[in-house]
Ligand binder design. Structure first.
Ligand SMILES: NC(=O)c1ccc[n+]([C@@H]2O[C@H](COP(=O)([O-])OP(=O)(O)OC[C@H]3O[C@@H](n4cnc5c(N)ncnc54)[C@H](OP(=O)(O)O)[C@@H]3O)[C@@H](O)[C@H]2O)c1
Length: 257
């Protein structure tokens, strides 16, 4: 993998490239701010060259080996991974794996061996017998509103999920999600979409960082962009922190200005 921004000094380029090829070296390139600075919400998404957030109904056809390495490292750095219910259903979400390469680092940081998954849902039409809820090493969180269906809430709790009420209506309010997770000790937040939930977090002004993989594929069609919901008004400015490249894929990291 190459760093193409900030442009490294010539003699640094080879050393940095080698470091980026190791999980811990790549982790350095994506370090979260210090915990004392408070909760920090990063999103990681992939889009085609023409802006599609999915191809053939899924994000996998837009991805690459290097994209999966970045995806895995961002997970390994996070306390908790937020995901919309539709993405969890569609992509068959399972508990995140603990990785040996990050075990010591996570333990020293006071993190659980693997990040928890936090599913965002209103209807709670989820398979609570699936491994995501029934067999995680860290309890899966269910983020929903106060008006969520009672019977499904009971099923979720019985399956071992930690229910977090983060909204007054049937849905969650993004700023409250961040507060509720922070209150449970989760400061390093990673949002994996999908487009409908991510748009709400961006519109609410709580998105600190966007890691966007630009896939070198044209898909055409009518797929949504990586955010598909309320607008960010006025548009919010983000500044590039880094751009990495491998195999024609660009791994951009933008932070809120
Ligand atoms: N390109 C990428 O990086 C990327 C990343 C992720 C996903 N994707 C793709 O995106 C597609 C799925 O995304 P999507 O945008 O359709 O769905 P999504 O954002 O993953 O999930 C939408 C669901 O989230 C729940 N929800 C939405 N707003 C809520 C709120 N305020 N409070 C509580 N729950 C709320 C609802 O769940 P209930 O119906 O359960 O109430 C809703 O149906 C898939 O094709 C997936 O492959 C692409």
């Amino acid at each position: 993998m190459l760093r193409i921004y900030p442009v490294p000094e010539e003699e640094e380029a080879a050393r940095q490239g080698e470091a980026l090829d190791t999980p811990l070296g790549l982790a350095e390139a994506y370090a979260y701010p210090p915990r004392e600075a408070g909760p920090y919400l990063r999103a990681n998404m992939v889009g085609s060259l023409d802006g599609a957030a999915r191809a053939e109904g899924r994000s996998a056809p837009l991805s690459s080996d290097a994209d999966m390495r970045v995806f895995g490292v961002l997970r390994a750095l996070a306390d908790v991974i937020l995901v919309g219910a539709e993405t969890a259903r569609h992509e068959g979400y399972r508990p995140a794996k603990a990785r040996a390469a990050f075990a010591a680092r996570r333990a020293a940081d006071g993190q659980s061996p693997a990040p928890a998954i936090a599913v965002i849902s209103r209807r709670l039409d989820l398979d609570f017998d699936a491994p995501l809820f029934a067999a995680p090493s860290v309890p899966t969180l269910l983020l929903t509103g106060a008006g969520a269906p009672r019977a499904a809430l009971d099923r979720a709790r019985a399956a071992g999920a930690e229910v977090v009420i983060a909204g007054e209506g049937d849905g969650v309010e993004p700023a409250r999600v961040v507060r509720e997770l922070a209150a449970r000790g989760h400061a390093r937040l990673l949002h994996e979409g999908g487009p409908r939930v991510l748009a709400q977090f961006a519109a609410a002004g709580v998105l600190d960082e966007l890691c966007l993989t630009v896939s070198p594929l044209l898909t055409g069609g009518d797929a949504p962009r990586i955010m598909n919901g309320p607008g960010v008004t006025p548009p919010a400015r983000y500044v590039p922190r880094s751009v990495l490249e491998e195999d024609g894929f660009l791994f951009t990291r933008y932070v809120r200005a």
